[in-house]
Each structure stands twice: as structure tokens, then as C-alpha cells.
Design a protein around this ligand. Structure first.
Ligand code: M6R
Length: 614
């Protein structure tokens, strides 16, 4: 949601903060701001809009200081304007604070503080928190860290915060609950704090991921310590970051999204590397070892997720039910958490999430855990909250995904779910040895087949040019290609602002068919497989109403070619693996249309990469 970065040490803080904010901008880009402490003076510079606007604004200012905090905002409370931007000052401007999350009881706290004479200038919940910390510090005459702890005890909600104070020039205090925060331990008595490791990796690989309700105090004289909200001191668990800088750069591509689409041959391969062996005929997900038997014996599996990750779960549902014969229920995490679901100790709940931080998915897992279920995670971001609260899980190993529109994370999630299906089906004997073996072979061939689809990009770009000005689009698919249709429609909506709907192809005649006329492009996944002939009939129905068809077909297809206005061929594969291939042209189609419409591909309006608030 919002991005946090902070530095304290021997170097000038400003360049580190600005660079860090640029790396975190995918988390929110409504406004950006920094606070710097220099020779006893605490100064804040903040502007509505992107980090570049803040940089321009700060260009002629004296942005000096070896300690500072920075924030990039995705607005929740209050409009995205300069005043509501972070950092926020306390009453006498002694303390400044940045915050990611929501203080749910901010109104009650605000009223109490107003009674005590506090004046607020913004509409944010964050400003209330910094006033509260300052108020406690002065009233109780306690240290900054203790004031932060006491203030957080009266807060309901989610937060990752960093606090800087005039009176403690050698110290930063940070805390987290339900919003991520990482501490980087630098080489020369210096510390970095950030929402994720991306602003830190350039300087150090030694990191500590804070746990919920932990407060980190980094002090140039006294070092680094962690205290729990209950006032118990904790031993920091220092981890080695496995991330490289190149993964965070565009690497010659115009946009992160395009880079990430083109990375898929590698990311899919990385995802199954070491987890399958065609010669020896096995599949194994090491992270799930301890729960293998429970999974094999499961009567049902519940999957919770949001957005694109939810679409991946739907693909998983088709695969697991059909091949492993286990009942699967796929739930929107946001609905699941509030509808008193029937979950018990025998249930396995799997959360799928790129970021591993999505608030609804986390809450759904917590609920399932409280009801005694086994909770598993499929995440991309190593060390993320979901990966830490789950009993076990599998990382997708897709590498950092910076573009807000999820691409390589989706195909990696589908790859993991395919591996899980194959593992379960093999163990349960619900797949024949020859079908298992041939699917392993086909899965191993997917990265090269994705490469071949990517070579077709110029043709997809030409088709995009024809449809770039449409106002609506329909995406149709059957079986496991139905979630692919949903995903294709979501990609188009979120980055090009064209209204698009995904439908099971056969459902079209129950309503959406009324929308079809010569203006309406209909993207159909019509690859070879059990429902091919039925999809061909659906295409006929669209043609009869003068709809324009863009069909994703299997190489060499002739029947659909005759009906469709455009065809995009994908290599032949096992029908269960089609989602891994059919998704690629849809990603490219959305990408090109978005660029041609002049939209901000990597940072679409109103969106943020990880949704850490409800
Ligand atoms: O990080 P997560 O996978 O949990 O995120 C879930 C959704 O917010 C995410 O997939 C969102 O729908 C993307 N913008 C889709 O491109």
C-alpha cells in the first residue's frame, strides 16, 4: 500500500531515501515525502504526486542530514494532497512519523488529544499517532521508544511506522503490526528500514524482518534492539537477502510489466527447478513435505486469495479436482473472512499471494488458523507476512514483480498449483503413470513454448493497434481457460481502463450476448482440448451477431482461423497446461493497448501493488 524507507548512519540520507522511494513507488504513488534531521533541525519536504515531483521540489533545498525517513503514499484517510502526505509532524514539530496501514480508532484518539489542546492540520489517521506519541512522551516523561510502545498499546489497526525525533538524533524507532517492515544492518554503523527489501538490497544483504507487535530501536551509540509491545526484549533474527539489484531494474525494457512478461520462460523454469524430475518421474514441493500426507488425505482444500492470485486458484481448482480428485473451494479472501465459514481441524486452507502481504488474505488465514485448520501459503515475496504465519508453504521464485499488474507471478502460481496437482494425483493414484510422465515432460517444455509465444509479440502488437480505442471487451474461455479469460479481462481493465469482462464461454448466451455487436471485441481461448468444439460453437454465436473475434488457438488450427478476425497461435500442450501459455498473449495484448492509449502501464491509476489495508 504505502512505501516506507528510512536511514540512519554515516552517509547523506537524502539520496538513499529518494532512490528507496523510487523503488517503493509501486506500493503507492499518490504523494511522496521525506523528513531529514540535520544539526538539531527536523525538516519535512512533501508533495502530492510521484517521487519525481518531490525530487524536483527538493532540488533547490538544503536536503542534508545523516538520518531521515521517507514515504510514498496510497491514500486511505484524506485526499492525496500535500497536507495529507507523510511524514507528519507532532504538535511542536519535535517528532515526525511515516506510516503504512490504518489506525482504526483514530477518531477516538483524536478527540482525546483535541481535549488536551492538540491541533491537527491533516485529515489523516497518521497525524493522530504522531501527536499521541509526543503527548505520551511529554506527559509520562519516557523515552521515545517507550512512548511509541505505550502509544501503540492504545491503537487498533494495522501499522508499519518509523519515528524520527529532534531529541534523539542518533536513533530511529520503528514498529509493525500487519504491515511489513524490514531492518537492513549496514556495514559501518548504519541501518536501513523499509517496507520491503528493495531499497535496502543495494547497501546490505543482512536483514531482519520484524514480526507483528515488535518495535525496533536502531541507535548509532547503542546498536539495534527489538522489543515486543509487551515490553519483552527479543533477539533479532538476522537473515541473508537472496535478491539481486538487476532484478529491480528495467534491464533495457520500456516498462517493468514488459520485462516481467518476457521473464516468464525463466520464472516458470525457476519455479519448477528442483521440484520435478522427468527421468526419475517425481514431483516434490520441499516446503510442503511435512504436510504431504495431510494433503493426500484431505477431503477438501480451501484456497483464499484476491485479484490475479484468485484467478490462479481457480486454475488450481480445475486441476486438483479433475486430476487429484480432491474437492477444492476457491474463496475471495475478503468474503471468506467475514462470512463465518465452516472450517475445522481437518481442513487445509491455502493462501495464494504474490506479495504475501494482502490484508484480506492474511486475515482469512488468521481466521482459518483460529478454527484449527492447517494453513499453507504460496507466495512470491520471501519473508513476507503470509509466508511467516503459515504452517508451511512454497515460494514461487518468480523474482521481484514491480509492475502493478501481475504477470509472471500468475504463471508461477499456476506452475506451483500444477506441481501440487501432479504430486497429489501421483500419490493418490488418480493419474495413470503414463499420463503423469507425459505431463511432467509437457511441463518441462513450457518455458521454451512461452519463448516462442513471446516471439510473436509484433503480431500481437498489430492486433492491439486495431483494438486500442474500444470501450468494452469480452473474454471467453471454458474449463481452466475460464480463469484465463478472467485474468485477461482484469489485465485489460487495470492498465488500459477499458471495461472488460471474463465469462465462461457457455454463459455468454445467458446475458452477455446482448452486448455483442460490431463494436465488441471478443477474445476467446479456443485451444485444442475436450471443449474445443463447444468453444467453436460459441464463436459461431458471436460471429452471427457481428462480434469481432480474437482467438487464442493451438498452432495449426484451421477451424477457428476461418471464423475469427484474428488468431494468435500458441504451441500445442497438455490441455491442463494451456493456462500457462494462453495467458501470455493476453498479457501482451493488454500491455500494448495500454501503451498505445498513453496509460501508465506500471503504475495504473488508483492501484497499488500490495493491498495491505481492507
Ligand atoms: O499480492 P497478492 O497476490 O496477494 O495481490 C492480490 C491482488 O491485489 C493482485 O493480484 C491484483 O489484483 C493485481 N493488480 C492484479 O494484476
Amino acid at each position: 500500500m504505502c512505501g516506507i524507507v528510512a536511514y540512519i548512519g554515516q552517509k547523506e540520507a537524502y539520496p538513499i531515501l529518494i532512490k528507496g522511494l523510487k523503488r517503493l513507488e509501486y506500493r503507492g504513488y499518490d504523494s511522496a515525502g521525506i523528513a531529514l534531521l540535520d544539526q538539531g533541525e527536523l525538516k519535512i519536504y512533501k508533495k502530492q504526486g510521484k517521487v519525481a515531483i518531490l525530487e524536483e521540489f527538493a532540488a533547490d533545498k538544503n536536503c542534508e542530514g545523516k538520518v531521515g525517513i521517507g514515504h510514498t503514499r496510497w491514500a486511505t484517510h484524506g485526499l492525496p494532497n500535500d497536507t495529507n502526505s507523510h511524514p507528519h509532524f507532532s504538535e511542536n514539530k519535535d517528532i515526525a512519523l511515516i506510516h503504512n496501514g490504518i489506525i482504526e480508532n483514530y477518531n477516538v484518539l483524536k478527540e482525546e488529544l483535541e481535549h488536551r489542546g492538540h491541533k491537527f492540520i491533516s485529515e489523516t489517521d497518521t497525524e493522530v499517532l504522531v501527536h499521541l506519541i509526543d503527548d505520551i512522551r511529554k506527559r509520562e516523561k519516557v523515552s521515545l521508544a517507550e512512548a511509541v510502545r505505550m502509544a501503540l498499546l492504545s491503537v487498533t489497526g494495522a501499522y508499519a511506522i518509523v519515528v524520527i525525533s529532534k531529541d534523539n538524533p542518533n536513533q530511529l524507532v520503528a514498529a509493525r503490526k500487519s504491515s511489513p517492515l524490514v531492518v537492513g544492518i549496514g556495514k559501518e554503523n548504519e541501518y536501513y528500514l523499509a517496507s520491503d527489501a528493495t531499497p535496502i538490497v543495494e547497501y546490505t544483504k543482512q536483514v531482519v524482518y520484524l514480526n507483528d507487535e515488535e518495535i525496533a530501536v536502531v541507535d548509532l551509540n547503542e546498536g539495534f534492539k527489538i522489543v515486543h509491545l509487551s515490553n519483552q526484549e527479543k533477539t533479532p533474527y538476522v537473515q541473508q537477502l537472496e535478491m539481486n539489484l538487476e532484478a529491480l531494474e528495467k534491464g533495457g525494457f520500456e516498462h517493468f510489466m514488459l520485462k516481467e512478461i518476457f521473464e516468464q520462460p525463466r520464472s516458470i523454469h525457476d519455479c519448477f527447478r528442483g521440484r520435478l524430475n522427468v527421468e526419475q518421474g517425481w514431483v516434490s514441493l520441499g516446503g510442503l513435505k511435512e504436510y504431504e500426507q495431510k494433503l493426500v488425505n484431505a477431503e477438501r482444500i480451501v484456497m483464499v486469495a484476491c485479484g490475479t492470485s484468485w484467478h490462479a486458484c481457480l486454475v488450481g481448482e480445475y486441476l486438483i479436482e479433475d486430476l487429484a480428485r480432491i474437492n477444492v473451494e476457491v474463496e475471495y479472501a475478503s468474503e471468506f473472512r467475514y462470512r463465518n465459514p465452516i472450517i475445522g481441524e481437518d481442513d487445509i486452507v491455502i493462501a495464494v499471494s504474490q506479495s504475501g502481504e494482502t490484508a484480506d488474505t492474511l486475515a482469512a488465514l488468521e481466521l482459518a488458523k483460529s478454527k484449527g485448520a492447517t494453513i499453507l501459503g504460496i507466495c512470491n515475496v520471501v519473508g513476507s507476512s503470509i509466508s511467516r504465519i503459515t504452517d508451511a508453504g512454497s515460494y514461487t521464485h518468480a523474482g521481484p514483480e514491480i509492475g502493478v499488474a501481475s504477470t509472471k507471478a500468475f504463471t508461477a502460481q499456476v506452475t506451483i498449483l500444477t506441481l501440487l496437482t501432479l504430486f497429489l494425483a501421483h500419490k493418490k493414484g488418480t493419474i495413470s503413470q503414463s499420463a503423469f510422465q507425459s505431463m511432467l515432460c509437457d511441463l518441462e517444455a513450457i518455458p521454451d513454448q512461452v519463448k516462442r509465444i513471446l516471439e510473436n509479440d509484433p503480431k500481437i502488437k498489430e492486433i492491439s493497434a486495431i483494438y486500442k480505442d474500444v470501450r468494452n471487451a469480452l473474454y471467453l474461455g471454458r474449463g481452466s481457460s475460464f480463469p484465463v479469460a478472467l485474468e485477461g479481462a482484469l489485465k485489460l481493465k487495470e492498465i488500459s481502463y477499458i471495461h472488460a469482462e471474463g465469462y465462461p464461454a457457455a454463459e455468454m448466451k445467458h446475458g452477455p450476448i446482448a452486448l455483442i455487436d460490431e463494436e465488441m471485441p471478443v477474445v476467446v481461448i479456443a485451444t485444442k482440448g475436450t471443449s474445443y468444439e463447444k468453444v467453436v460453437s460459441n464463436i459461431q454465436e458471436v460471429k452471427a451477431r457481428k462480434g469481432r473475434i480474437i482467438a487464442i488457438v493451438t498452432e495449426g488450427d484451421r477451424q477457428v482461423k476461418e471464423l475469427a478476425d484474428h488468431v494468435i497461435e500458441i504451441p500445442e500442450t497438455n490441455q491442463y497446461l494451456v493456462p500457462l501459455l494462453a495467458t501470455i498473449p493476453l498479457q501482451l495484448l493488454s500491455y500494448h493497448i495500454s501503451v498505445m492509449r498513453g496509460c501508465n502501464v506500471d503504475q495504473p491509476r488508483n492501484l497499488a501493488k500490495s493491498v495491505t489495508v481492507e
